[in-house]
Each structure stands twice: as C-alpha cells, then as structure tokens.
Design a protein around this ligand. Structure first.
Ligand SMILES: [Zn+2]
Ligand SMILES: [Zn+2]
Length: 377
C-alpha cells in the first residue's frame, strides 16, 4: 500500500494552480502582497523596459497589434472563451459552429455561447493553423531577427534588444499556459510551455548561462513538471523538476524567489517519490529542500514566509522519518518546527501567513501527539 501523508496534500500551496507566478514577471507572492511598498509590485521587466526606453529608442519592445502583450490580453477570434487562452486543438460545435479548444468543449453538452445542443464536435484545422502561425510569430520574434543578421547579434546592443523581446515573448507564452492550466486544459499549457522552454534553451546556447535565463528556464521547467504531474505522467514530471533544479542550482542563492522555486521543485520531486513508495529518495529530496530553505533564512531571517517554509520542510522530512521508523529523529524534527513557528511573530497585516502558521502548527502538534509512548522525554 502506498503511504499517504495528509500533510503532503495539505501543504500544496506551492502548486501552479493556487500560486501562479510568471517567471518573467516577478510579481510578489500572495503572502507578501501586504508587506510590499507600492511600486515594488512593478515587474522587473517593466522596470527594465522603462529605464531602457528613456535612453535609447532602439530598444523599445515590439508592440503586438492584436493586443496580446505580456500585461494585457484581449479575447479575440483566436481565443477560447472557456479557458480564456489561445485555441488549442480548435474544435467546432455542430450545428452552431462555435469554436473552442477540444479539451475545453468536451466538458460541455450545450454550447456555452449560444446554448445549442452539441451534436458532435469537429476539428477546425484551418483555424488552428492560423492560431499556431500567430503564436509562432509571437514566440519566435527573436529567432527571425537572429537569422537575418548573425554578426550584429554579437554586438552587445543587439543582445539587449533580444533580451527584451524574449521577455515579452516568454511572458506571453507563460501567460497563455497559466490560463490554460487553470482551466484544466493541461495539454494546451504544456504545449505553450514547451515552446517557451525550447526558446530559452536556444538563447542559453547563444548567450551562455546568464542568471536571468537560468531562472526563467528553471521556473518554466517546473511548470512543465506541474503539467506532467496533472496529466499523471509522474516519470516525466520528475525529469522536468530535476532539470528545473539543475538550472536553479546554478544561480546565486540570495534571491528569495529563486530559492523558493528551487525548494518547491525539490519538494515536488520528493512528493512524487513519496507517493511512489520510495521513502528514502523522498527524504533525500525533502532534506535538500530543507537545506535550501535553511540557507535562505541565513540571508533573510526577517522574512516570515521563509521561516514558515523551513517549518514545512522540517515537517516533511520528519514525516518520512516516521514512516521509515526513525521515530526519535522524526520527533526532533516536528519539535524543531513547532519551536520555529511558536517563536514566529507576524505583523498584524500578514493574515494569510498567520492562517498558514496556525494550520501547520496544528498539524505538527497532532503529529507529536501520535508519538510512540516509549520515546517520551
Ligand atoms: Zn480552451
Ligand atoms: Zn454555439
């Protein structure tokens, strides 16, 4: 029988569904929203774009005539109103002819637009071709540039332009992917993210392992792992998460967003191993995640969400220790986590964090109550 840890399920706020963070647009995590000053929410990309456009008009990012920019999105003839993203496997309802993604419309009996009974659905490959070409145009702006002029590309100025365009493009694809993922059109999300990952890899080959590219790829690979997990493809999910870890590990560990993504990817591999009954492997990944988080609080001991993360990691490791029969080690881990959380003082505005603190604390105490009688102090 597979071991099922209730905590593994309970502690899934990290998932893409509940906490979508675009790797290209560094929004604050929901937990931090209140503690940020106004203006800090501006994404890094915007700030960079603004500072560059003031000095040099050549670096103005291209604007999409359709309005499909990273910050805005219009639903148009290429979009599916169910998932609010660009059509994937466009399918036409018969007889009303309204078009949706295949995965989206398959969940309905009546057409969501006109209410007509759906007799059958037919693939609309012509329309899908147009959508795909449109995405290609958006997704490969930089590529067509680099094909035209290989020499110019080497010049530093051009590289700046490419970096800009790539952010726009990456953000666009990730935005589409996150919309589709939230609407449970996982295949669509996976397809957009794969294109995005492919593009970043090409840039990496040309520009080397810059920290921006590594962190973007690490995050996108993590999202691909989420897609595979949602599709029940555990093996591929582990592969993506491991690759995500590989790229994120190349980065300096003083950026909270990066350490968070890294530790989450490690935990997700741990979860998959755990559900697969590979407890020793699961412990190993949870423990690596714990170490990443412990290092992170050395740099940022004042960030409450980091301390919560450490406590969650301690609980995950301790839970596996208990399953492995290492009761004393497990109890030590749970106790350390309780101590951390009890001494954590949150600001009054951090209500979300306080709720999470209390629920983790409750879990930890219930675990300590389950302690074997012969190991009492
Ligand atoms: Zn759709
Ligand atoms: Zn209809």
């Amino acid at each position: 029988m597979k071991p099922v840890c209730p905590f593994v399920k309970a502690a899934r706020p990290d998932e893409m569904t509940s906490k979508p963070v675009c790797p290209f647009v560094k929004y604050t995590r929901p937990d931090e929203t209140n503690s940020k000053k106004p203006g800090e929410n501006l994404c890094k990309h915007q700030q960079e774009t603004e500072s560059k456009t003031t000095g040099d008009s050549a670096t103005v990012p291209p604007k999409c005539p359709f309005g499909y920019d990273s910050e805005t999105f219009k639903l148009g003839p290429f979009s599916c109103i169910i998932c609010q993203a660009l059509l994937f496997e466009s399918s036409k309802c018969v007889p009303c002819s309204h078009v949706y993604c295949k995965a989206c419309i398959l969940r309905f009996k009546d057409c969501p637009i006109c209410g007509a009974d759906i007799e059958k659905i037919e693939a609309d490959s012509k329309l899908q071709d147009m959508v795909d070409r449109f995405i290609e145009g958006h997704a490969r702006i930089k590529r067509s540039h680099s094909n035209i002029d290989k020499e110019e590309e080497v010049r530093e100025k051009k590289q700046v332009i490419y970096a800009d365009v790539s952010l726009e493009r990456g953000a666009f694809l990730v935005q589409q992917a996150m919309r589709a993922f939230r609407a449970q059109n996982v295949e669509s999300a996976k397809s957009r993210l794969s294109l995005c990952a492919e593009d970043i890899r090409e840039q990496l080959e040309r520009m080397g392992n810059t920290s921006d590219l590594c962190s973007q790829l690490g995050a996108v690979l993590g999202m691909l792992g989420d897609c595979c997990r949602a599709l029940g493809e555990a093996g591929s999910a582990v592969t993506y998460f491991e690759e995500s870890v590989e790229f994120l590990s190349k980065l300096p560990m003083d950026d909270l967003e990066i350490t968070h993504t890294l530790s989450v990817s490690l935990n997700k591999i741990g979860d998959l191993k755990y559900y697969d009954g590979e407890l020793q492997a699961a412990r190993c990944y949870y423990f690596r995640s714990l170490n990443v988080r412990r290092d992170a609080i050395k740099h940022h001991s004042d960030v409450s969400s980091q301390i919560l993360d450490v406590a969650v990691s301690l609980a995950k490791v301790a839970d596996v220790d208990r399953s492995l029969g290492n009761e004393d080690v497990a109890v030590d881990g749970f106790r350390e986590a309780v101590k951390l959380l009890e001494s954590l003082e949150l600001k009054s505005e951090e209500t979300g964090l306080e709720q999470r603190r209390l629920s983790v604390l409750e879990f930890l105490k219930s675990q300590l109550a389950e302690k074997q009688p012969d190991t009492t102090q």
